[in-house]
Structures are given as structure tokens and as C-alpha cells.
Design a protein around this ligand. Sequence first.
Ligand code: CO8
Length: 254
Amino acid sequence: MGVTLTIDQHIARVVIDRPEALNAMNESVLVQMKQAVDSIQNNENVRVAIFMGGGVKSFVAGADINYMSSMTPLEGEKWGKFGQSVFMAISELRCPTIAVIQGYALGGGTELAISCDLRIASEKACFAQPEVKLGIIPGFGGTQRLTRLIGPGYAKQMIFTGDQFSALQALAMGLVNEVVSHDKLIERVDALAQSIISGSPNGIRLAKEAIEHGLQGSLNKGLQLEAALFGLCFASPEQREGMTAFVEKRKPKF
Ligand code: CO8
């Protein structure tokens, strides 16, 4: 058990499966996750990557508390940096990423979910940043990505209280894109993945690049990058195909 990667029909599926610890992440899980992410990045055929937890109860119940319990400050910093690097590799994947949250997304689990582009939650999902209850702070990007995603008010509420938030509360905060019934979760995610796959891979990749870089700088810099990438689209056969298909009243073939 650990992390498995399957790639089928342009869709990569990464499953974190440690049933004995509700999929909590120890070093081995993070190492395997990084290997899976590298394989996806190196595979031009992948157009969507889906991250999910094994079993029905948990997405990921955080970093492994037993593993962290006797760390020294230096070991803690090293562990935090390692987790950050893995989650950065996820957020830097060229293809869109979807976190499928069927149950607990706690601590590092919420941080993993927010490293993905989109989050689809079952009605049974629950979210928390419970680190302060353990005497630590979110260390895999939570203080930064969560604040950027849902704003400082809700991020501080989650981080200062450590309380659990339901899927519907997460939806209201903008933490997830959609909440769907538990038994329809996979169906909905597959439909979403198909919708993404039907678009121009080059267009989607450049749009993601513009959004991600734009978020890190000023509006003006972001707009300059958007214009440059917009121009680049016209160097791709996908632009010709997309527009020709429209004119010919048929579906584009990407
Ligand atoms: N780490 C290790 N083991 C875990 C974890 C975890 N995060 N979560 C669950 N488990 C284990 C339990 O210990 C238990 O093991 P065992 O059967 O051997 O006793 C097994 O999974 C099943 O769990 P429970 O019996 O507790 O199941 P319940 O349904 O009663 O409760 C909960 C489920 C509510 C999810 C509960 O297990 C829980 O509260 N888990 C801890 C959640 C948590 O606090 N997560 C945050 C961890 S800290 C973190 O993620 C920080 C990331 C950044 C670190 C950066 C460092 C620098």
C-alpha cells in the first residue's frame, strides 16, 4: 500500500492508500507522491490529473503524527520543506489537477487538496487545519495557499480554531468547487475530466500558466504575460483546428 499512479485515456489517477492511518502521509508516501507527479509531468499524453484517497472514509488525514512526534526543530523544518516541495510540484503540473475529497481532508490533507486546481467534495467530506491542536502550524503550504484561496478571514478561522468544516461550509468559503452526493462523486469527477479533455490541451496549459504566474505578481505583469501567451496560441495547430471547426460547424479534434 502507498501511492499508486494509473494513466488511462489522457487521465492520470494518483491514489494515496494507507488504510491503517486514514491515508496519513509519512516520508514514504511523500516520496512516492513525488515520483507519481514527476511521471505525470513527463508524460505529454496526460491532460488531467486526479488525486484521491483510497477507501471511503478519508482523503488524507494529514501528515503522519507518529512520524513527526519526536522530530527536532531541524528535522521539522526539513520535513516541512520536503512536503512543500512535493506540493509545489503538484501545483506546477502543466495539466489541470482535481482533488477528489470523499472524507477527511485534515491538515496536510487540506493542504494537498488546495495544491490542486479544482476540488470536488462528497457531501461526507470534512476539512480542517488542526495543527494548532498539536502544537504546530500548517507546514505544507497551508498558511499561504489557504489564505490566497479563501481569504485571510476564513483561513485564520480554520487555522486558529483547528475546527472541522463540513463540505457545505467549505463550499460557502470557496474552499471547494462543488459538493456532490457521495455515490455520484466519481461519476461527476469523470465528467469534469472529460469536459477538460475536450478542450485544447495547449490552450488549457497556457491558461493555467497565465493564472498561476499572474497570482504571484502585479496585475500589469499578469496582463503582459497573458498577451504574450495569447500570441503564442496562434503558433499552435490547435488554434487553427479550434477556429476552423467552429467555422465548419463541427467539433474540434484536439
Ligand atoms: N497520523 C497518524 N496516524 C493517523 C492520523 C495521522 N494524521 N490520522 C489517523 N491516524 C490513525 C489513527 O491513529 C488510527 O490508528 P490506530 O488504529 O493504530 O489507532 C487510525 O488512523 C484510525 O484513526 P481513528 O481510530 O482515530 O479513527 P476515527 O474515525 O476515530 O477518527 C480522525 C478519525 C478524526 C481523522 C482522527 O484519526 C484524527 O483526528 N486524526 C488526526 C488528524 C490530524 O490531526 N491531522 C493533522 C496532522 S498534522 C499535519 O497534517 C501537518 C502537516 C504539515 C506538517 C509540517 C511539519 C513541519
